[in-house]
Write a protein that binds this ligand. Structure first.
Ligand SMILES: [Zn+2]
Length: 588
């Protein structure tokens, strides 16, 4: 690749006509030159790589050209134009505010502003990434911007318009540059390929244009990358390979599998995608887009929204015929939700596989039993695991790692949210074990592998011997207790319970908590070992004991008879008794 000039530089537009995808902006700028209505400050906003600086340079060249043509484009022949094209014009000054954002940098610029141009009529100052100026620099600049010399035009460019202060905004004529459409980028790439004598598949150029995400500069550098990889013949295959783009064909194949309810093929295709090194999340978001593309092909009114090459478009139209609109709606929904949950999921592969099974299930009701049973297999594994954990706890009283505390603690809020009552007792209701299982998700399944086994219990017991026998006072105790409650904050009801039921000191190392019912005691006892471990460790006292006692809570005597209530009232205000006697009031 000797003498290969990077396309982005070589094919940088040098006239308004050549600018891609910003027609209304170039038209407005040309008009302002035509009617000689130039502003003294412009603000060019928009994403990177869409032509802001390019337009600023063309504008600077054009307003200094001594021989504009009939389209109000620079002649490229006069002394000024030649100087511009050789990048040695003294009428243009560029400052990259990203790297020169100090007051000093701006002062240097302001000093130059006073000097009138030697050639041509205007000195143009382009300040790129103007939002990066320090606030001191901004203020220093503001004075010049308020009253610039007549020969000066400022063009400020930014990717982040919202960071520009209003005082600047109000002094500038603002142009918003758009992302360039895939089709505009593709046709520009086609032109470049032609000029370079490179043969390129339409579909390959489409892929590059899509990948560039609206930025022409990026499109050209991707184009260069592919050329250096595959030479003068750019094909669809070497493009998707080079860019690590998942090919359309994979999606067409898997869609066929979905439609026929062939879940085995669907799972195998997904497996193959992973083996080819693609990330599962990339696959599922691509799948959602694929369904969307199929959906817009169902209606001639929306088919133009499809941004693919001609050959691929034909395939989309063909494949959309086998999908019903209702299938596509449901499939988009499933794919989109899965994409949404992907980041949170701890077993990403299983999450996507279940989504694929669900999509297989949409059209093919006859096969629904089959896939149901497959899903059930996944589910039935779960209760077994729960039972295992439970029995381990009961039989060996092992002390699990803090991780398992969290696993159990995390079950509780889910369980609770489903129940309507606020009572703590509900925690231990009969439905508990059921919802425990129901809420046991894939996430927890993955966690189970971390739960300690019976073999570890010896280890855990000896761990106790490492705790000391530090004295602790009530204050210290309360501090550690609160810390324990904090660690269960993810479970609001339990957190509330622990913070509102401070244990009573019985002996120096023994505390008790009075609870309202046996049910609550059972619940709390079920993770007493975890509680003790936390307390002993954090108090550094291995003899600390805690006991839950079922008893009447003084503050909350549950029921009082009317007579009792009356006695209470009389105690507060003896006049009530007189009042009752005088009026001869009685119950019933
Ligand atoms: Zn000229």
């Amino acid at each position: 690749m000797d003498n290969y000039i990077v396309s982005a530089r070589k094919y940088r537009p040098d006239s308004f006509d050549m600018v891609v995808g910003q027609d209304s902006i170039t038209q407005t700028l040309r008009n302002s030159i035509k009617i000689n209505q130039l502003a003294q400050a412009y603000l060019f906003c928009g994403p990177r790589g869409v032509g802001k600086t390019t337009c600023a340079r063309i504008f600077a060249k054009t307003i200094n050209c001594s021989n504009l043509n009939e389209n109000y484009e620079a002649c490229n022949e006069c002394e000024s134009c030649v100087a511009f094209n050789k990048l040695r014009s003294l009428n243009i000054h560029e400052l990259d505010a990203a790297s020169n954002n100090s007051v000093e940098d701006i002062r240097n610029l302001i000093d130059q502003v006073r000097i009138p141009p030697q050639l041509g009529s205007f000195s143009v100052y382009i300040i790129d990434e103007v939002h990066m100026l320090s606030s001191a620099a901004f203020n220093a600049f503001l004075k010049t911007l308020e009253e610039p010399p007549k020969h000066v035009i400022f063009i400020l460019a930014t990717t982040e318009k919202h960071k520009i202060i209003p005082t600047i905004l109000s002094r500038c004529q603002i142009f918003d540059f758009n992302r360039i459409s895939v089709e505009d980028i593709r046709s520009r790439l086609e032109y470049v390929a032609e000029q370079e004598g490179i043969s390129a598949d339409q579909d390959a150029l489409h892929i590059i244009a899509q990948k560039a995400d609206g930025a022409m500069r990026d499109a050209l550098s991707i184009f260069d990358q592919i050329v250096s990889f595959s030479g003068k013949n750019i094909t669809y295959d070497n493009t998707i390979h080079n860019l690590n783009v998942l090919d359309y064909d994979t999606y067409f194949k898997i869609t066929k599998a979905f439609i026929s309810g062939d879940y085995k093929t669907a799972l195998l295709i997904f497996d193959d995608v992973l083996k080819r090194g693609f990330e599962a999340g990339y696959f599922i978001s691509g799948l959602a887009s694929h369904f969307r593309d199929l959906l817009i092909c169902k209606d001639p009114g929306t088919v133009d929204l499809l941004e693919v090459g001609k050959k691929i478009k034909m395939e989309y139209l063909e494949n959309s015929k086998i999908c019903s609109v209702s299938f596509l709606f449901k499939a988009i929904d499933i794919a989109n939700k899965t994409d949404f949950n992907y980041k949170l999921s701890q077993n990403k592969r299983l999450l996507i596989e279940i989504a694929l099974l669900n999509i297989c299930d949409i059209e093919n009701k006859t096969l629904s039993n089959q896939s149901d049973s497959l899903l059930n297999n996944v589910k039935t594994e779960i209760p077994e695991k729960v039972e295992n954990i439970k029995s381990q706890k009961d039989e060996t009283k092992i002390i699990e790692e803090t991780k398992s505390i969290n696993t159990i603690a995390e079950q509780l809020p889910q369980t609770k949210e489903k129940e309507s009552s606020n009572s703590v007792e509900k925690l231990n209701s009969e439905s508990e074990s059921k919802s425990f299982v129901k809420n046991f998700s894939i996430k927890d399944l993955a966690k189970d592998t971390n739960i300690s086994t019976a073999g570890k219990s010896e280890e855990s017991k000896s761990e106790y011997n490492n705790f000391g026998l530090d004295d602790f006072d009530k204050e210290k105790f309360e501090y550690v207790w609160t810390k324990y409650a904090e660690s269960l904050r993810g479970n609001p009801r339990l957190y509330h319970f622990l913070t509102s039921h401070l244990p009573q000191e019985e002996t120096k190392t023994k505390y008790t908590i009075t609870v309202d019912s046996q049910a609550i005691k059972n619940k709390l006892d079920s993770f007493l070992m975890d509680t003790l471990k936390f307390m002993r460790q954090n108090l550094n006292n291995k003899e600390f004991e805690l006991e839950y006692i079922v008893g009447e809570n003084d503050n909350k005597k549950k029921f009082k008879t009317d007579e009792e209530k009356l006695q209470d009232m009389i105690q507060i205000n003896p006049e009530i008794k007189k009042f009752k006697d005088q009026l001869n009031l009685d119950f019933e």
